[in-house]
Design a protein around this ligand. Structure first.
Ligand code: ATP
Ligand code: MG
Length: 197
């Protein structure tokens, strides 16, 4: 049994065949090991007294668009929308450490979000909306969740060392609810346009 809050606020309980016909999906930047390793180490160094749960290294990601529970028959439409995205590859630096009180998350982000990242998220959102997917209206907040259930904000608001992230593609990811937190599986990737065309 899997409970999920729907936007309407009504509690739905998915069981049996109904849950089998739905996938919990989101689009994300999925870091290579060279990026994930320092990201994973950052909160341990920066926030030893957080009391929080460190995200698994192979779970770290930056969400571009959250679809939520999608009918299996609609997955191909989401993939077709992703294929329409026109955005260029880019490199950016994660240099900021932040904390959201409402969900007690410690995250890594950028002091200045690169326009190429904003453009990628916007292009994807536009393609998904055109395909009939309802996305949240709230503004894109580029972040990588590092710690959950942190009891207090980190002492520093900058990463000790910024982390360079070359972005060559984006991914469609499936989220599986589990006892120790959600598990993610990259289903498919789409390359971004290279600098040389
Ligand atoms: P859990 O919900 O089990 O605590 P989670 O939030 O990481 O774990 P999901 O809820 O499946 O797992 O979310 C997958 C990704 O999408 C996460 O990066 C999450 O922050 C993001 N996300 C979830 N809900 C939304 C939303 N309504 N709007 C934007 N991003 C979302
Ligand atoms: Mg969630």
């Amino acid at each position: 049994v899997r409970r999920r809050w729907r936007p309407s606020g009504a509690l739905r309980i998915f069981t049996g065949s109904e849950s089998a016909s739905r996938r919990r999906l989101f689009f994300a930047l999925w870091p290579a090991a060279e990026v994930a390793a320092p990201l994973h180490a950052a909160p341990v160094a920066a926030h030893p007294g957080s009391g929080g749960r460190v995200m698994r290294r192979d779970s770290l990601h930056l969400t571009l668009a959250f679809l939520g529970d999608v009918m299996a028959a609609r997955v191909a439409d989401a993939e077709a929308a992703a294929a329409k995205v026109t955005a260029s590859a880019f490199t950016f630096d994660l240099d900021r450490l932040g904390y959201w009180k409402h969900n007690r998350i410690v995250w890594a982000g950028c002091a200045a979000v690169p326009p190429a990242l904003t453009a990628l998220a916007a292009s994807l959102a536009q393609a998904l909306r055109a395909a009939g997917f309802q996305l949240e209206d709230r503004a894109f907040a580029a972040h990588v969740t590092l710690l959950r259930n942190a009891v207090c904000p980190p002492a520093a608001s900058a990463l000790a060392e910024s982390i360079r992230w070359p972005v060559m593609d984006f991914a469609l990811v499936e989220s599986h609810a589990g006892a120790g937190g959600s598990r993610y599986a990259v289903r498919r990737r789409w390359p971004l346009r290279g600098p040389r065309g």
